[in-house]
Design a binder for this molecule. Structure first.
Ligand code: SF4
Length: 265
C-alpha cells in the first residue's frame, strides 16, 4: 500500500513522549487561518518554484513537496531510530496535514509499527469518520487531539469546518479508553478569550480520566514565505508570535484544575 507524505522529522521531542520520528502526511480537511504547514493541505504531490540566492544572484528553482512511499519503506525509515525509542520510551508520531485523510495507509503503517514494538502516536484534528477511527484506533497508543475553538460557528469561520464531529470523536476515543493529549493552539484575538478558554477547560475536565496532558501551542508567525510559495492567500492579520511567558498564567490555571501541562507540546 502506498501513501503520500511530505516530511520525516527525526529526534522530535515535542510530538509525544520520549524521542520520536514524526511522519507528516499530505492532505488536510481543515483550512486554519494560522496554519504553519500550508504545504500539507493539498493531498497531492505539488510542484512549486522557490527563490534561491547564489553568489549574490537571485534565481528561481523548481521543487516538489510530497512523495509516495510504501508501508514497508516507511517502516524501514521509522525503524532506523529504534534504539532512541527504546532508550527514551519514544516512538513514531503520525502528523500532517491530517493523517486520517489516508486512513488505510495510516492503519497499515501503525499496525506494522505495533507489530515491531514501536509506540504509536497520532496527531489529529479529529475531523474524520467513526469508521476510520475504528480502523486505526487499535494500533494507536496515544492521540494528540487538537481543540481549536469550542464555538461551532467560530470554528467554522477560522478552520472551514464546524467542531461537532471533532468533539463527538473526542468523546468516542475517551469512551474507548484511548489515551489522549489535548492540544490547544493559542491564537491571540481568535481563541484566547475567557469564554473559549473556560469552555475548553470544562470539556477537558469532563473528559479528565482520558486526558494525559494538555499542550498549549503558542502562535508563531513563521509561514509567510510558504504562503507565497504555494500561492495561498493568508487571512491572518499581521501579528507577532506569542511569547511563551504569556501562557504561564493559563498553564498555572490548567495545572490547578489537575492537568499536566506543557507549553509548546
Ligand atoms: S489542521 Fe493543521 S495542517 Fe490542517 S490546516 Fe489546520 S493547522 Fe494546517
Amino acid at each position: 500500500m502506498i501513501g503520500i507524505i511530505f516530511d520525516i522529522k527525526r529526534y522530535a521531542v515535542h510530538d509525544g513522549p520520549g524521542i520520536r520520528t514524526t511522519v507528516f502526511f499530505k492532505g488536510c480537511p481543515l483550512r486554519c487561518w494560522w496554519c504553519h504547514n500550508p504545504e500539507s493541505i493539498s493531498p497531492k504531490i505539488q510542484n512549486y518554484t522557490r527563490k534561491v540566492t547564489f553568489d549574490g544572484l537571485e534565481m528561481e528553482v523548481e521543487d516538489t513537496v510530497g512523495y509516495e512511499i510504501s508501508v514497508e519503506e516507511l517502516l524501514k525509515e521509522i525503524k532506523k531510530d529504534a534504539a532512541f525509542y527504546e532508550e527514551s520510551r519514544g516512538g513514531v508520531t503520525f502528523s500532517g496535514g491530517e493523517p486520517f485523510m489516508q486512513a488505510d495507509f495510516l492503519k497499515e503503517t501503525a499496525k506494522a509499527c505495533k507489530e515491531n514494538g514501536i509506540h504509536v502516536t497520532v496527531d489529529t484534528t479529529g475531523q474524520t469518520s467513526k469508521k476510520d477511527l475504528d480502523k486505526v484506533m487499535p494500533y494507536v497508543d496515544l492521540f494528540l487531539y487538537d481543540l481549536k475553538h469550542m464555538d461551532d460557528a467560530k470554528h467554522y469561520e477560522y478552520t472551514g469546518v464546524g467542531n461537532k464531529k471533532i468533539i463527538e470523536n473526542l468523546w468516542y476515543l475517551a469512551e474507548n479508553k484511548k489515551e489522549i493529549t489535548i492540544r490547544f493552539p493559542v491564537i491571540p484575538g481568535y481563541n484566547d478569550d475567557e469564554k473559549n478558554i473556560k469552555a475548553t477547560l470544562e470539556l477537558a475536565s469532563e473528559l479528565n480520566g482520558a486526558i494525559r496532558e494538555v499542550h498549549l501551542l503558542p502562535y508563531h508567525n513563521i509561514a509567510d514565505g510558504k504562503y507565497q510559495r504555494f500561492h495561498i492567500q493568508s487571512k491572518m492579520k499581521k501579528m507577532k508570535s506569542l511569547p511563551e511567558e504569556e501562557l504561564y498564567p493559563l498553564k498555572e490555571r490548567l495545572e490547578k484544575s489537575g492537568f499536566k501541562v506543557k507549553i509548546g507540546g
